[in-house]
Design a protein around this ligand. Structure first.
Ligand code: NI
Ligand code: MN
Length: 231
């Protein structure tokens, strides 16, 4: 079975598998200066949210309301969503895993912060480790610093694909992302959370070459709107 991942710009991803579509961290046009898609272009069954910052949730309420998608997020963000009329929520917390129709999702550590755009406490930021039903393991790091907890992911077998922030300033930069890719024992890396604003301008092609040279791990640099598939 094929897992198809489409970069929608910044940290927003569309993942398609087995006829199901999920959107990660919806930050769309016109809020996201790099995005090509608006809320109206998307119709997911699931939305995954790593934390409460505006560049991850700006279009969350609109997209969840329009699509009726189930939102998988931390407990605090689920309460905020319910206040905004979004009731199809699945709250989780760190270390917990749950089996969804597309696979098993575990909420894992991210070192970052997580206030919501209106100042509401957004709980702790997270990443997701997803064991898709088709057998592929994907690590969505979310916004995070390099952390030793990533070694735990490597110790339990590693992942087929790691989606890692490389933009620096607010998250890991390229140097730390190269270490993270090794610690989670990634077979392939897709860089994310870069290039959207001047503060996170990074040469992703240079990162990809350095990663490959230093570790042998493959890396694909996508343009916004491009797809990557795992067969
Ligand atoms: Ni953030
Ligand atoms: Mn961010």
């Amino acid at each position: 079975m094929t897992l198809r991942l489409t970069w929608l710009g910044h940290s927003t991803w569309a993942i398609d598998v087995d006829g199901m579509n999920m959107i990660v961290d919806p930050f769309l046009k016109p809020h996201n200066p790099s995005a090509l898609h608006t809320v109206e272009d998307l119709n997911p069954q699931f939305i995954l949210v790593t934390h409460g910052h505006g560049d991850h949730v700006a279009d969350l309420v609109a997209l969840a309301t329009q699509s009726g998608a189930q939102v998988i997020c931390n407990h605090e963000i689920s309460l905020w969503l319910e206040k905004h009329g979004v009731n199809n929520v699945h709250p989780m917390n760190h270390g917990g895993a749950y089996s969804f129709p597309f696979g098993r999702v575990k909420m894992v550590t991210a070192i970052h912060s997580s206030v919501l755009p209106d100042g509401t406490y957004g709980g702790n930021p997270a990443g997701f480790l997803i064991n898709f039903n088709d057998g592929h393991d994907v690590y969505l790091a979310g916004d995070t610093a390099l952390t030793y907890d990533m070694k735990l992911i490597g110790e339990v077998g590693g992942v087929d694909l790691a989606i890692l922030p490389i933009g620096d300033n607010y998250t890991m930069g390229p140097d730390d992302a190269i270490v993270a890719a090794q610690w989670v024992k990634a077979k392939h890396v897709l860089p994310t959370h870069y290039g959207t604003f001047p503060l996170i301008a990074v040469d992703a092609d240079h990162f990809a070459r350095r990663l490959q040279r230093a570790t042998g791990i493959d890396c694909t640099v996508l343009a916004v709107g491009d797809e990557f598939t795992l067969d």
